[in-house]
Design a protein around this ligand. Structure first.
Ligand SMILES: Cc1cc2nc3c(=O)[nH]c(=O)nc-3n(C[C@H](O)[C@H](O)[C@H](O)COP(=O)(O)O)c2cc1C
Length: 156
């Protein structure tokens, strides 16, 4: 499709709950009414700068570990930072954090890195905190659908 845009989900999913959140994002983003958005999902350790360079929007999903984003997500940023710095300024992005009890350190750290990259956070960061709830699935699905629909409509 000539005008197809790409939405990239970079998701670190070491647990079944995190995998369920990633699946929910994909389900929302691949809503049948959204027809000109190609949705890709890649684990952060497998994401290369070229994947980011070819993306029109990005969703980041990470657990909070020891008050910070997962090591895998940090490695992703370390490897793509300079290759993507110039070309991807303004890239629309969204953040999902799965946290056992907090999530604030991860949100702060991601915002700092995204400020450095000059990516645009287009949704209020979503923190799925505490004991796992089905509501998290709904929230992730909605976030995925909103990003994809906004990309499709050309409003982000
Ligand atoms: C090594 C380790 C460190 C963790 N550190 C934090 C933390 O600093 N803050 C927090 O809210 N949750 C923390 N957690 C909980 C994880 O965020 C949570 O287990 C993860 O998001 C997976 O969620 P799930 O158990 O629902 O699959 C930690 C978990 C592990 C294994």
């Amino acid at each position: 499709m000539p005008n197809e845009k790409t939405l990239l989900l970079v998701a670190h999913t070491p647990s079944p709950n995190l995998k369920a959140l990633a699946d929910a994002v994909l389900k929302g983003a691949r809503h049948p009414d959204i027809d000109s958005v190609n949705v890709r999902v890649i684990a952060p350790l497998n994401t290369e700068p070229e994947d980011v360079l070819s993306a029109d929007a990005i969703i980041l999903l990470t657990p909070e570990n020891l008050g910070y984003m997962s090591g895998a997500m940090k490695d992703f940023f370390d490897r793509i930072y300079y290759r993507c710095l110039e070309e991807k300024r303004g890239l629309p992005c969204a953040i999902i954090i799965r946290a056992g009890q907090d999530g604030t350190g991860t949100k702060r750290a991601l915002k700092t890195i995204l400020t450095g990259l000059k990516w645009r956070i287009v949704q209020e960061p979503l923190t799925c905190r505490g004991e796992f709830q089905n509501e998290f699935i709904t929230q992730c699905e909605e976030l995925g659908m909103t990003l994809a629909a906004s990309l499709d409509a050309g409003i982000i």
